[in-house]
Ligand binder design. Sequence first.
Ligand code: NAP
Length: 415
Amino acid sequence: MSELRNVIIIGSGPSGYTAALYTARANLSPLLIAGSFDPKTSRIKGGQLMSTSDIENFPGAIHAPGITEFSAAPDEQLAMESLHGISGPELMKRMELQARHFGAEMIEEFVTEVDICTAPGDHYTVKLSDGREFKTRALIIATGAAAKTMGIEAEAKFFGQGGGVSTCATCDGHSYKGKTVAVVGGGDSAFEEASYLANLVDKVHLIHRRDEFRASKIMVKRAEANPKIQIHLHSVVADLKGKPHPMADKVAFFKDREVLASATLEDPRTGDQRDLEIDGLFVAIGHTPNTQLFLNQLKVDEAGYLERDRHMRALPSMNACNRKMLSMDAVPGVFVAGDVSDHIYRQAITAAGMGCMAAIEAERYLAEKLAEESQMDPEALDLSRQSFAQSHWSSERDDMGEKPIIERVAEAAAQ
Ligand code: NAP
C-alpha cells in the first residue's frame, strides 16, 4: 500500500524549496521530490539557478564582511565596497538545508506519473522513478521551466559558471560591465535582454535568424534607436570559440578551462560565415515549462504554462480526464508555483514568493481537509491537532488577532 502524505512538492527550485520551508514550519511534514542528475540534459536538482554564477538580486543573499548579526554595527562602507553576490548553487544549497532543517523530507528521484484525475479533491497519486508510489492530500507543483538552447555542441562547453554563455541577462549581465555581448533571438525576451544589457555593457549584438521579429514593434523600435545595439538579421550561431580562462595561470582549477572569445555567425540562406568577437552570449529563444506530467489533467495557457487562480490553485484542463473536474472552478488541493506558471517575471525571488503563497494556501486547504476527514475518522482530528499544534504560522495568526488554524479545524469538525 502506498504511503499517505499531507503534502508533496514537486520541484527543487526556489519555489519548491520555499514551499517546503513554509509547510515544514507549519508541521505538515512535507515531502519534496527534488529530481536528480539527468544525463540526457546534464540537469541537476536545484533548477535553473544551478547554472547561474553570481546572484546579486535576491535580497539579503549576499556576502559582505562585518554583517554577521542584526545587533552588530557593521562598518557599512567596508561592507558595501566588498559586498558580492552568492552563487546559484550556493543559494540553492542554503534553501535546501533550510527546508530540511525545519523538517522537510527530500527524495532525489524523478516523478514519472501524477494522477490527479482519478480522485480530484481526495488523495492524489505520485509515482517515482525508483518505483515508489505515494498518495497525498495536497500537491504543490513547482517543476519550473527550462530555457531553450540552440543545440550546438559548443554551447554546453561555455554554459554557466562564468564560461560566457547564459540564458538570463538579469542574473549574469552584471559580470559583463564595459564588455561586448550578443543576444540570440527575435522575440520580446531577446529585445528586453538586449535593452537591459545595453545599460551595462559597451556593445550588444542582437542575432536573429530571420528578418521579421516576433517582438512587439515598440521594443524593436527602442532597440533600433539604441546606439549600443547592433542587429544582425539572417544570422544563426554556427559555432563558438574560446580563449584561456583569465585565471588559468593563477588557479589550478581553471588551468585547462576556456571562456568565450567569439561566435561564428552563419547566413542560413547562403551558408556564408563570419566571426564576431564577444565576451558573453545570452540565448533568449524562449522557455519550455515543465508540464509534461500534467497534460490533459491541468489547464495550460497559450504559451503552455500552467494556469492558476488567485489562491494558487491549478485549473482543470479543457480535456480533463475526469468529468467531475470540468465542473470545478479549480482543482482542490493542487497548487502551482514558480516558473511553471510564470512566463513574465521568471525571477528566483518571484518564484520563491509564489512558493510561499502556495504553501500558505495548501496549509489552509489541509486544515479544512483534515477536519473533513476527521468527521469520518475521529482519530484523524487528533493527528491534525498534533500537526498544527506547534505551527509557526498559526501562532503568527494569534498575534494578528485571528483564530489559530487548530481552533478552526476543531470548530469545523464539531459542526
Ligand atoms: P518567443 O516569442 O517564442 O521568441 C523566440 C525567438 O527565438 C523567436 O524570434 C525565434 O525565431 C527565436 N528562436 C527560436 N528557436 C531558435 C533557435 N534554435 N535558434 C535561433 N533562434 C531561435 O519567446 P520569448 O521572446 O521568450 O517570449 C515568450 C512569451 O513571453 C511571448 O508571449 C512574449 O510576448 C512574452 N514576453 C513578454 C515580455 C514583455 O512583455 N515585457 C518580455 C518577455 C517575454 P523565429 O521568430 O524565427 O521563430
